[in-house]
Design a protein around this ligand. Sequence first.
Ligand code: PRX
Length: 629
Amino acid sequence: MRIKSLQEYQEAYSLSVEKPEQFWADIANEFDWIKPFTKVLDWSFDDYSVKWFEDGQMNITANALDRHLKTIPDQAAIIYEPNEPGDEAITLTYRELHTRVCKFSNVLKAQGVNKGDRVCIYMPMIPELAIAVLACARIGAIHSVVFGGFSAQSISDRVNDSQCKLVITTDGAVRGNKTIPMKETVDDALLSCPCVETVIVKIRTKTPISMLKGRDLWWEEEEMQASGICAPEAMNAEDPLFILYTSGSTGKPKGVVHTCGGYMVYTAYTFANVFQYNLGDVFFCTADIGWITGHSYLVYGPLLNGAISVLFEGIPTYPDAGRFWDIIKRHQVNIFYTAPTAIRSLMGFGDAFLVGKDLSSLRVLGSVGEPINVEAWQWYDEKIGKGNCPIVDTWWQTETGGLMISPIAGITPLKPAFATLPLPGVQPILVDENGNEIEGNGVNGNLCIKYPWPSIIRTTYGDHERCKTTYFSTYPGLYFTGDGCMRDEDGYYRITGRVDDVMNISGHRIGTAEVENAINMHTGVIESAVVGYPHDVKGQGIYAYVICEHPTINDELTRKDILATVARVIGPIAKPDKIQFVTGLPKTRSGKIMRRILRKVAEGEFGSLGDTSTLLDPGVVDSIIKGAI
Ligand code: PRX
């Protein structure tokens, strides 16, 4: 399954297009199956349904853990680097991780969690987060990890949507010099979640918390009593493995569902190839497990390959902006995978934090989550990679489960800011507004994929119609990514950003409608419109135009109140960077907000607003421009 040259990549790619079933069956057969599959693929993008390895049975943890006990039981699986740089790092070997996962699997079983039940995990970046995820997978429970920065409201929305029976959390969390409540937030969330029967709490900060009799249990006590033996549940390849909520153009975040077999095969294959992982390499993915990058390339992809994966609890700027570089030295990291927003932010601190840092262990660098600008790419290449480490700019999405368009480290010739070429199995196509294919090179269009790959989204939890309309109805017969893309003269792909109402703030995906709904919940707000605008560090910032019932008495205070409302409803990551109070919004006669104009104003491009003649009240635009910040 390992590609070792450009020619091998080209051969693998051709085979994956000409004989996709044979291609993926050969790769899938490298894993341990409880019952081998006989069918490889069944699919339709018209009436959306995709099934890979449908009649096979397996368990992803048997492949990510048990399989390695025969060969590398004492090798590190996870290296936990705590928030405080002075605290000792903790290494869990494959044997230790296996035992702890088995124990926690038994804890879940003892609480009546069965195959197919949903479990919500709301935890900071500590080893127990990975253990909880893997324990769910081992017993066939469907995990729904909610990023630790989300609010109580966001937790309860997600818990209720998928009817979770059990929640796993900690007393608190530490990030940089802040202590953050976790259990308290869960308690608030659960006031409106009657489906939850049990809460398991791991101690992290020794923060005093309330523990409800009959519902709340201590992780440590339960784990102590549990046996370290737990056979992996036989899962059908198409049984759901997890739900991960992600934002779209409209409505509340939707629960993207991934299934066991295809996700296992695809994340393992892409991890091994794109990063050119060699046994014994130390891999450091800085993403939180609360996002898809953490699921696929901190937990599953690396462990399926018997890799050493670094799990970092803190933030890149604590105790100072040299923290990542210290971690690289401390753990002799060979492959480093982070987001452009982190690169830009650290670049902004200048070279002082790089002085004296030994980064010589690095061999491969990766980027993910948002377009990387050429300047940041070059800084990453020169200052971190010392011109010696290929940078893999990996384009993919929560819905794709794994990397889609990306260089293969050291093999694909690079171009700064280009995700370069599709990986084997991925068939991209660019279309115009009407869905017509844009052929040839040197073109721009909307990025679609025309053939299924093993870890494609299977459904949106509880609402298959939503999955069909969101991804398969804009351009019938194609999966629409929501991204704009250019294909240059060499056939290289460069992702230009979302073409829908989804923003990408510091690599975090947030829907404009979600933020508007939150702002509109603030007292006195009549209406709001939110757009993204270019931001030097975050990639995009959030710009909100807000109409209030009365002129505000104190604009600054009202702005802060609105921020507090958004933080409470969604979480601090969704707080607007700019709030402009307006008396009207540019609407068409049919009442639709012309966001194009608002985007231009937010970008400070007042001269090129385009045609405003179809507006109900063109005068509104002048007043918005006058008040622009
Ligand atoms: O717009 C693309 C951007 O992030 C979106 C997916 O966000 P999410 O589901 O949260 O997953 C992020 C991590 C995989 C995409 O639609 N995106 C992701 N990677 C890149 C990117 N944009 C440009 N270049 C990338 N490498």
